[in-house]
Design a protein around this ligand. Sequence first.
Ligand code: UDP
Ligand code: MG
Length: 339
Amino acid sequence: MHEDACIVRTRPLGDPGRGSLGLSVVIAMYNEEESLTELRDRLLPVLEATGLGFEIIFVDDGSKDGSASLVERFVAQDPRIVLVRLKRNYGKSNALMVGFSQARGERAITMDADLQDMPENIPALLEQGQYDLVSAWRKSRHDPPLKRNLSKIFNRLVELFFRIKVKDINCGFKVYQRHLYKSLRLYGDLHRMTLVLAKMEGATFTEVPVEHAARKHGKSKYPLFRARGIWDLLSLSVMGSLQLRPFHFFAPYGVVLVGLGGLTFLYILLKTLLGSGASGLAHTLLIMFILLGVNLFLVGLQLETVLNLFRQEHPFQQTIKELVTHGQPQPEVRASGER
Ligand code: UDP
Ligand code: MG
């Protein structure tokens, strides 16, 4: 029988079912063809040994090599494997969001497709089931020294900015409880910051030491020049304060500035009444205080509106091209003689 007989293509939308499986493994992949067969072959026995129902969701982030067609073959052979193909390359955060949106698991495991995260470490992560988020900590990391050292600095900055103790903020190998992975909103490079986002949501987390492997095939898709974590760190620390009510964040500063404007106005008025007249500087300050103060009010209101829109929309859903699942053979593609 033609392999396509077991493949069903759909354009999926929405959350398919509530926690109907134990585990969903979500794997973002971009040009990882050479690693995928070994990844699948090592992953399946580990997942089977957990005794939990599971699915493996490969999200193809616009690969230009044979990654997607290879995973299509996996899907044809195994109904527990799913492929979501994106229209083009959008980056890992978006790929993970798409994977989370399709996941049915009580827990989701995220891991890279390049075999740097080792499937054999999954049981150690699953053991810490009492936490909302369990994150792998690559104790001896097999990446270039400069990348490792910058990561160390980045970990310390995260501790400083967000007052959390982290050993390995940037590790993508994690286990999330369903309520957490369904509520995450990742975009840009925020996939590196999920421990911080989890903390902002009030979730509990722990880090578990794991082994880490060197990349066997292909190149890193996140070389140093793509590492823009510092901007995420800064924007997130501001966003943390803004998250719930931006207007509440900006309005007090607006009041202070307008208040200063009021005082400057009184000063100018007094000086004018006394006949000595106020300096040009006082007039400039008056205009600046009032304009900036009113502006801060408006920025707060604008952000509040934008955030409300964002809460209603799920832009990552728009990036899906098709969902490939294992299905019953369709009559028209059955081999002749089959019933
Ligand atoms: N990845 C992706 N989209 C991208 C870049 C990367 O889905 O635009 C995937 C990639 O295939 C891998 C994971 O994200 O599975 C992490 O990427 P990589 O291993 O290149 O990053 P590094 O480990 O070097 O930081
Ligand atoms: Mg890697």
